[in-house]
Design a protein around this ligand. Sequence first.
Ligand code: ZN
Length: 54
Amino acid sequence: MAGSYHVVCHECAFEGLYEDSSVAEGQRDAHASSSGHRMSLRDISSQEAPGLSQ
Ligand SMILES: [Zn+2]
């Protein structure tokens, strides 16, 4: 089962969804190091039913 890793930049429109955590981390680190922006990396593969809990 493929994972889902959501990379988001807090300071520009950069965003990506990746199946591989190492790829997601690479993209996050590449953008963070080149732009100095603050990034978030969320593992959303374990969220089975978003929206059902409040
Ligand atoms: Zn950015």
